[in-house]
Ligand binder design. Structure first.
Ligand code: ADP
Length: 184
């Protein structure tokens, strides 16, 4: 589908199931407790097997979960990637409670963590746009602005060559494609 390149990094929009994606890191839209759930979180734990949950529980013991906007990293169990980054999106409460800032922080902290482990590729789901109820169009704006700003702002530290948005729903994919077409 649509692709835009910034520096050495190619941003692409794909459709499908993120658990089938191949590369270095997939991002999970987790909850603060890191104990799994529905949606993409459930799909990742199901496909990855129990090892990911065991590591999430270790992180819980050490730091008591993960606040919204932050990210933690585990191995990937049976998935065809090296790591899973678990980030916690905001629950949509109307938009006046810092949701956009928190959502942008999810993308930024995931990209930072991916760079810290030397990843070259990463795949994001459409964080918060499922059960957490963030409206899709503003969530797309926040996601792509956060990622493009990151790439424009930190070119020397960035080792990511490929950032894929894996959209489970076609209306999300269409929003991302249109945003990137306007960016071009
Ligand atoms: P949140 O609680 O952050 O809203 P959800 O998992 O409910 O998390 O939804 C986030 C997004 O992930 C939604 O757009 C949903 O359609 C999408 N999604 C659900 N399952 C998958 C999957 N297997 N691969 C990629 N995206 C998925």
């Amino acid at each position: 589908m649509k692709t835009v390149t910034i520096g050495n990094t190619m941003i692409s929009v794909l459709t499908g199931d993120i658990t089938a994606w191949k590369g270095d890191i997939i991002v999970n839209a987790a909850n603060s407790g890191l104990l799994g759930g529905n949606g993409v979180d459930g799909a990742i734990h199901r496909a990855g097997g129990p090892e990911i949950m065991e590591q999430c529980k270790e992180i819980r013991k050490l730091q008591g979960g993960c606040p919204p906007g932050y990210a933690v990293i585990t191995g990937a169990g049976n998935l065809d990637v090296k790591h899973v980054i678990h980030t916690v999106g905001p629950i949509w409460e109307g938009g006046g409670r810092g949701e956009a800032q928190t959502l942008a922080n999810c993308y930024r902290s995931s990209l930072q963590l991916a760079n810290e482990v030397g990843a070259h590729s990463i795949a994001f789901p459409n964080i918060s746009t499922g059960i957490y109820g963030y409206p899709k169009s503003p969530a797309c704006d926040v996601a792509l602005k956060a990622v493009t700003d990151f790439l424009l702002g930190e070119p020397e530290d960035n080792r990511l060559e490929k950032i894929d948005f894996v959209c489970f729903e076609i209306d999300n994919a269409n929003l991302y494609v249109r945003w990137l077409e306007r960016y071009d």
